[in-house]
Design a protein around this ligand. Structure first.
Ligand code: FAD
Ligand code: NAD
Length: 473
């Protein structure tokens, strides 16, 4: 061992200090274990600096302005792009992680800076600034390394220097013309945000709909909202090649060209496992890390390697990664102490909701919010179901919220058990409605009992009453 290769032993080593790693480390430590939390970039992860927080800071003024514009007697407030970008910068703490490091150290975690690689069972080597450190875990190593953006393999793309979600959430000014490629959440949210900040946005979708993991009507209403706001939304179009000569020129498969100042590729994610030493423990580098419901990575002997958050591919959302972190961190502590686990579905020692009841809000105008199964997913799973729809604008609370409110709700009911399998709300102001549906789905509340959960008048929540009335006939 050289002087630069110090060795340290902890009960648990957590690789990656995003929201998942932070929560897992915290729960394991709360269970009585010593924890090293290793981070290659910024403590807080993608979510804090290049994803959830900056994107929502960019989107909130747009939504507030649109909501105000729909209230008779109010004029839409002017949106000041420089002020919005400054607020975004403040929400990312100007891309400094001192606050999160102080939290982690205050919580009793040992923060280690550097790129971590597995070096065999329970061993991790960290290449830090100027030194390398060899860590050994007495009980567990947890991989919480998240994902990075995937760029398609297109001729000329490298030279174009396209935006990924990183530039789309951290750019210092709105390009005059922005092309966005993709039809998922990043594409629609960033198209909405930069359009509001002053860019002329063209959204290129290779399929025929947006947000294809949600009910059909969600993508339809979001496309309508983007077009109303001025985004040029094009379906059934693919990019064949790209070049930059000052401006970006995209060659489209219909033979036309699209010119822009920047292009964002929002075309999905890949796991951050390519340079993680997975080969030293018998796993293929670069792949997702499938886990059992207690977080143990499949195909690794000895019960010591866990994976949580985006990297295990169960649900690529911050709140689900944090949930897994809480559950798996406690499991690691319980196993270390020899405590009995509770592994029945919804038990203390298993993640269940990240498969059975995943809520998600898309922060466009209108917002799209869903939990659980869509009608097509429920039918595809062989369930006997009935879907009930309601136009949210017909609820008194919605007509007060916005003149000409456009929105729709659907609940999917399991006919055998008469409980909700899923719900979707699309419209202005529905984000905060979603948790009521999450409670109903997770709690498996019978429809007969939901009937007694009386929403306040006149709120948008009365859509629950209308859905239940429509269901009961
Ligand atoms: C533009 C955008 C907006 C989003 N908005 C939302 C939203 O509103 N709500 C929501 O729920 N989700 C949102 N998401 C998804 C969310 O960002 C992820 O689900 C979340 O960040 C996953 O957390 P994680 O801790 O698993 O991984 P990450 O946040 O990616 O953190 C992983 C950490 O591991 C570190 N790391 C990686 N490899 C190593 C290594 N070898 N050694 C040491 N450290 C390493 C990385 O530097 C990083 O800090 C958004 C994503 C994008 C791209
Ligand atoms: N508000 C939120 O909750 C939020 C916001 C942003 C991101 N996220 C999460 O982050 C993850 C990543 O989101 P994303 O939108 O980057 O990925 P995604 O997988 O959700 O969507 C990728 C999109 O790109 C398209 N695509 C893929 N390859 C393409 C190609 N070569 N050419 C054209 N189109 C192509 C796909 O058809 C799809 O529409 C998702 O799991 C999402 O849930 C969540």
């Amino acid at each position: 061992m050289t002087a630069a290769q110090e060795q340290q032993t902890y009960d648990v080593i957590v690789i990656g200090a995003g929201p998942t790693g932070e929560n897992l480390a915290d729960r394991a430590h709360a269970g009585g274990l010593s924890v090293a939390l290793v981070e290659a970039e910024l403590v807080g992860g993608e979510c804090s600096y290049w994803a959830c927080m900056p994107s929502k800071a960019l989107l909130r003024p747009m939504a507030a302005r649109a909501d105000a514009a729909r209230v008779p007697g109010l004029e839409a407030p002017a949106l000041d792009p420089a002020a919005v970008l400054a607020t975004r910068d403040a929400f990312t703490s100007h891309w400094h992680d001192d606050g999160q490091v102080a939290w982690a150290e205050g919580a009793g975690l040992s923060v280690v800076r550097g790129h971590a690689r597995l070096a065999g069972p329970r061993r991790v080597v960290v290449e830090g600034p100027g030194a390398s450190l060899e860590l050994t875990a007495r009980h567990a190593v947890a991989v919480c390394t998240g994902t990075s953006a995937v760029l398609p393999d297109l001729p000329g793309l490298d030279a174009v220097q396209p935006w990924t979600s990183r530039q789309a959430t951290s750019a210092k000014a709105a390009p005059e013309r922005l092309a966005v490629v993709g039809g998922g959440v990043v594409a629609v949210e960033m198209a909405a945000a930069w359009n509001a900040l002053g860019s002329r946005v063209t959204l290129l979708v290779r399929g025929e709909r947006l947000l294809d993991r949600m009910e059909d009507f969600a993508g339809g209403l979001v496309a309508e909202g983007l077009r109303t706001a001025g985004v040029d939304v094009r379906f059934g179009v693919s990019v064949r090649g790209a070049r930059r000569n000052g401006e970006v020129v995209l060659d489209l498969d219909d033979g036309s060209e699209l010119r822009a100042d920047e292009v964002l590729f929002a075309t999905g994610r890949r796991p951050a496992t390519a340079d993680l030493g997975l080969e030293t423990v018998g796993l293929e580098p670069g792949g997702w890390l499938p886990v059992d419901d207690t977080g143990l990575v499949q195909g690794v002997e000895g019960g010591w390697l866990y994976a949580a958050g985006d990297v295990n591919h169960r649900a690529l959302l911050t709140h689900q990664g944090k949930y897994q972190g809480r559950v798996f961190g406690a499991v690691i502590a319980d196993r270390a102490a020899g405590r009995e686990l509770d592994t029945v579905p919804w038990g203390r020692s298993v993640a269940t909701a990240d498969v059975a009841a995943v809520p998600q809000v898309v922060f466009t105008d209108p917002e799209a919010a869903s939990v659980g199964l869509t009608l097509a997913q429920a039918e595809g799973a062989g369930r006997r179901v009935r879907a009930v729809d309601f136009e949210i604008g017909n609820v008194a609370g919605a007509s007060l919220f916005a003149e000409g409110y456009r929105g729709r709700a659907r609940m999917v009911v399991d006919l055998d058990r008469e409980v909700l399998l899923g719900a979707t709300f699309v419209g202005p102001g529905v984000a905060e409605l979603l948790h009521s549906a999450t409670v109903a789905v997770v709690g498996e509340v019978p429809v007969s009992r939901l009937w007694h959960a009386v929403p306040s008048y006149p709120t948008i929540s009365e859509v629950w009453l209308r859905l239940l009335e429509a269901y009961r006939g």
